[in-house]
Design a protein around this ligand. Structure first.
Ligand SMILES: Cc1cc2nc3c(=O)[nH]c(=O)nc-3n(C[C@H](O)[C@H](O)[C@H](O)COP(=O)(O)OP(=O)(O)OC[C@H]3O[C@@H](n4cnc5c(N)ncnc54)[C@H](O)[C@@H]3O)c2cc1C
Length: 514
């Protein structure tokens, strides 16, 4: 996608998926699906989309009431070239391939991408010594466009950097992308291809129906027992009903090891690695027109400064191993750490106002690579350890999963009657937004009525979100579909109107006022 590719139109095409958030047609529990994918993050959604491009019935389940509501909603949203991955790993191959696939898919669907490029900056002599090795690593990963630059050039490219930079390495193709629209596009596409999306369905136990084995409840120890399911079908006992499928794909992110345990395996443990980020006001954007990367260390990719697709600048993430897999709160210590780092990296950025802070949890595992392993005898596939690069790699992981499942015995017949991919609403600041589109407003005045002034979100976009195939289940879902209440006032001015529009499911402001 070029920086100024045609803007996406408002409202994704497709029929409203009644099942998504509210009533679930009871027949979904009677059916035997060919494949059940557990986890509707970016990875599970990409897998469901890919598989439903074949002559298969697919069901996508998630414990939460929206797609992309786990790790996929809270990351740094960088479309990685994979220049710094460990050469020879599955992750390095899939990140590289994922970059190409997601770039093309963004073009097709209107997922906003900005080709900002990145500058990796060395602040110490040791870091400067590491630059040639990083360039070689990039080449080993198939990326040949990194160039070393002098300190003078570093400051020419990013004048706001603090003093002391010794040199740098350019990564011209590193880009920023909208993580929210990516998951939503993939899940919407999967829905249009016939995938049944069951939200609010937490898988608590599994049962090998025809093998007649007992189900294993979540939390019960399965250590030393035989793998539970193994018949022709597996029944997933969920918080809302049982779902039966011939094959099961576990793409449950932070919950993947617990689910793997339900299948009788004990092969890995997920450690939630928290990453906290600060989002600075849009006035800060001129300070950072590209991604500024640190030299990666054994502790990970480190703290970066990046423009966001919504016109802000972000600083982060931290990397802190936790035990609580639900702890997505931010912390005083994380805030202080980022302030100290940021003051050194770009002091003027720290003088700008902070609009928001948030945290995401990477699914780190005790294994140096993605862990994608089939158990053909159980018709089960684990997709685990998709930690810091899963957004970029999502489509390539899905492609890889297809190959692994085919080898394991799943019959895959490509469909010839696929619908067009959805055209997603544009959330990107670099492209035409509905409030700026005079022709669109002339056609439909709802796009001329701004509801959220900080983010310039219109009544028409909120209405479209509710009429889309996967409507929001609450405020967070609406934010991810429209940017409503995501700006510097955080809903202080528009909160009441947005609430009223939510209550009428996107009815007009006049209806909402009644
Ligand atoms: C701070 C941070 C920065 C990052 N930056 C980047 C980046 O710049 N670029 C990049 O490419 N990647 C980045 N990542 C990584 C990327 O966000 C993840 O790799 C990706 O989101 C993982 O997607 P997923 O679908 O595997 O997991 P998730 O999005 O977590 O989806 C898993 C889903 O499984 C569901 N689930 C779990 N257990 C069950 C159950 N028992 N029953 C039903 N459902 C269940 C959960 O509810 C969840 O929705 C970053 C991650 C973090 C935390």
């Amino acid at each position: 996608m070029t920086e100024h590719s045609p803007p996406a139109g408002p409202g994704a095409r497709g029929e409203v998926n009644e099942q998504a958030n509210e009533q679930v047609n009871e027949s979904v529990y009677d059916k035997v699906y060919d494949v059940a994918v557990i986890g509707a993050g970016v990875v599970g959604s990409a897998i469901a989309r890919d598989l439903s491009g074949h002559d298969l019935s697919v069901v996508l389940l998630d414990a939460r009431d929206d797609v992309g509501d786990g790790t996929s909603k809270a990351n740094t949203a960088i479309l990685h070239t994979g220049f710094d991955a460990k050469p020879g790993t599955l992750e390095s191959r899939l990140v590289r391939r994922g970059y190409e696939l997601l770039s093309a898919y963004a073009d097709d669907t209107g997922i906003p991408v900005e080709r900002t490029g990145a500058l990796l900056v060395a602040w110490t002599p040791e870091e400067q010594d590491a630059l040639p090795g990083l360039r070689e690593k990039a080449v080993a990963n198939g990326y040949e466009h990194c160039e070393p630059v002098t300190a003078e050039e570093v400051y020419r490219q990013v004048p706001a950097l603090g003093p002391g930079a010794l040199g740098g390495l350019t990564v011209p193709d590193e880009s920023i992308i909208c993580t929210w629209t990516t998951t939503l596009a993939l899940a919407t596409d999967a829905t249009a291809r016939g995938t049944t999306v069951l939200l609010g369905h937490r898988v608590d136990a599994v049962e090998g129906a025809e093998a007649g084995t007992e189900g294993t409840a979540a939390g019960e120890s399965t250590a030393g027992t035989e793998a539970a399911p193994g018949g022709d079908t597996t029944t997933l006992r969920t918080s809302r009903g049982s779902v039966t499928a011939r094959w099961v794909v576990n793409a449950a992110g932070l919950g993947a090891d617990a689910l793997d345990g339900l299948f009788g395996h004990r092969r890995f443990t997920v450690t939630p690695r928290r990453g906290e980020l600060l989002v600075f006001d849009k006035l800060a954007r001129p300070l950072a027109d590209r991604i500024v990367l640190p030299v990666p260390s054994s502790l990970g990719k480190g703290v970066l400064i990046s423009p966001t697709i919504y016109g802000n600048v972000m600083l982060g993430p931290t990397a802190e191993d936790l035990t609580d897999r639900t702890d997505t709160g931010t912390s005083e210590s994380g805030f202080e750490f980022l302030r100290t780092k940021g003051t050194r990296l770009m002091p003027t950025l720290l003088e700008e106002e902070v609009t928001a802070s948030y945290a995401g949890l990477r699914a780190a595992i005790d294994h140096g690579d993605y862990l994608i392993e089939p158990s053909p005898e159980q018709r089960y596939l684990l997709v685990g350890g998709i930690r810091s690069t899963g957004l970029t790699a999502s489509l390539a992981i899905a492609e890889h999963v297809r190959g692994v499942l085919a080898e394991a015995g799943l019959k895959l017949e490509p469909r010839l009657d696929l619908p067009e991919p959805p055209r997603m609403p544009n959330l990107g600041e670099a492209y035409l937004r509905p409030y700026q589109d005079a022709a669109l407003i002339a056609e439909d005045s709802a796009y001329g009525r701004i509801v959220c002034f900080c983010e310039r979100v219109t009544e028409g976009e909120i209405r479209d979100a509710y009429r889309s195939p996967l409507p929001p289940a609450g405020l967070d879902g609406l934010r991810r579909r429209t940017r409503a209440m995501n700006g510097r006032c955080q809903g202080f001015y528009c909160g009441a109107t947005v609430d009223a529009l939510m209550a009428t499911k996107g009815g007009t402001c006049q209806e909402a006022a009644k």
